[in-house]
Ligand binder design. Structure first.
Ligand code: NIG
Ligand code: FE
Length: 422
């Protein structure tokens, strides 16, 4: 088999699987499994002309597979791992919300600002007013930043339209971007992100509208449906109605669950068979247990709890006691996590979720891929898989995480093609 490219001179490679595993498609649950990273020292990876991995091994054995046509990439003796998967972002939006931080520092809460017509509703106004082209260019530059931190797959939600035309515009922008730059995108319909303050629309009208729009949003490219179930936003029963309708249409389900108050969002995600439940700062023990029993991935968003100045989710309890598969995501959005810096998300997982480096990298690759049903496509380095690989100007993963807030990426490969170098 012709070797098109070899990534050579990898000092330490974490594959996030191991050779005994015949199926690396599922997430890793609990403390022991999340720490098994499949390490190789002094490794190289061979990739074929279809961008698939054909060998992982010692530099000598992989090097012997080369022919005169092979392109060599020197990873410089540093650390390498699978391209990161960011499974929860609000990528496409208009405007910005820096004016809210002084309000929050003066004592208003995130939900107070929303109730007063700011917060998400401010971004709704800005996103309705923005043209397709403006939203496209803004999200394109965000994706370029994400790629520079080694992210090769991203989930992107609607939710700043709260009317069909703008919800669709957000999905269509993300769909167009998925064909125009290297990062793979998974699209999520989130019309149930807030109740619009438009004249004459009752709560019940709006819940019905969310359900009515689901076929059109699916047609536009959405694969998942999500809802923000929270005190003062949507109730458990409203979330259940919307997501049950979505499931009947073939959507995969996600949920903004128990972020501020323990409403039973984790339980709802478990009952509906959601792919993931996200945030979970206030999730009950019982809800987390039900999630584990039903194979729901727990997505923690440490940059959000940090920026909202709240105690982080109970990741140690989830991993050690509940045996959950924990993933992490940036939650990139203008209000509660205005940063595309996935390295910072990962460092905050170490510092505030108190996960060890092995768990952080598992949560950012294999488990996050499974949080968007990409477990067979992304998140591990294995023979036959598309070659999504990131390598660092750093000797080991703990160095990457502890030298926090700064870029360490040396290069990124997506589907066998080098797409970023420093
Ligand atoms: O996941 N919590 C609700 N939605 C987003 C924030 C959206 C916004 O503030 O614009 C989140 O944090
Ligand atoms: Fe979110």
């Amino acid at each position: 088999m012709a070797v098109k490219t070899i990534i050579d001179h990898i000092g330490l490679l974490w594959t996030m699987t191991d050779a005994r595993e015949t199926d690396a498609n599922s997430p890793r649950q609990g403390r022991e499994a999340m720490r098994e990273v499949g390490a190789f020292e002094n490794a190289a990876i061979a990739i074929d002309e279809h961008g698939r991995i054909i060998e992982i091994g010692s530099r000598k054995s992989v090097g012997e597979m080369a022919d005169g046509q092979t392109t060599w990439i020197d990873a410089g003796g540093g650390f390498a791992c699978p391209g990161f998967v960011d499974p929860h972002t609000h990528l496409v939006f208009g405007g910005s919300r820096e004016h809210e931080l002084p309000m929050r520092l003066a004592g208003s809460t995130y939900l107070d600002i929303l109730q007063a017509g700011g917060g998400i509703l401010r971004t709704v106004k800005d996103t309705r007013e923005a043209s397709f082209e403006e939203l496209y260019q803004k999200a394109l530059s965000s994706l370029a930043r994400m790629l520079s931190f080694g992210v090769t797959t991203v989930e992107a939600k609607s939710g700043y339209g709260l009317e069909l035309a703008t919800e669709k515009k957000q999905i269509e922008v993300a769909n167009a971007l998925s064909k125009a730059q290297p990062i793979d995108l998974a699209l999520t319909a989130l019309p149930a992100h807030a109740l619009p303050k438009d004249a004459g629309i009752s709560r019940e009208d709006y819940v019905k509208s969310c359900i009515e729009w689901l076929p059109a949003l699916k047609e536009a490219g959405a694969e998942f449906a999500d809802a923000f179930v929270e005190k003062g936003v949507f109730t458990i029963e409203e979330g259940r109605r919307i997501l049950t309708a979505a499931r009947e249409l073939g959507y995969g389900l996600k949920l903004h669950a128990d972020e501020m108050e323990s409403l039973g969002g984790a339980e709802l995600a478990a009952q509906l068979g959601a792919v993931s439940a996200d945030h979970l700062l206030a999730a009950s023990d019982e809800g987390l247990l039900q999630m584990a029993a039903n194979g729901v991935v727990a997505v923690c968003l440490p940059a959000t709890s940090f920026y909202l100045q709240k105690a982080a989710a109970r990741a140690r309890f989830m991993i050690d006691e509940v045996n959950l598969a924990v993933a992490i995501a940036s939650d990139f959005n203008p209000g509660s996590a205005p940063s595309e810096n996935f390295a910072l998300t990962m460092s905050l997982a170490l510092l505030t979720l108190k996960m060890i480096p092995e768990e952080v990298f598992m949560a950012a690759t294999r488990n996050s891929a499974n949080a968007i049903s990409r477990g067979s496509r992304a998140g591990v380095i294995a023979k036959g898989r598309p070659a999504d690989v990131v390598w660092f100007h750093a000797p080991n993963p703990a160095y990457v995480l502890t030298r926090f807030g700064i870029p360490h990426v040396a290069g990124v490969m997506k589907d066998g093609i080098p797409v970023y170098r420093t």
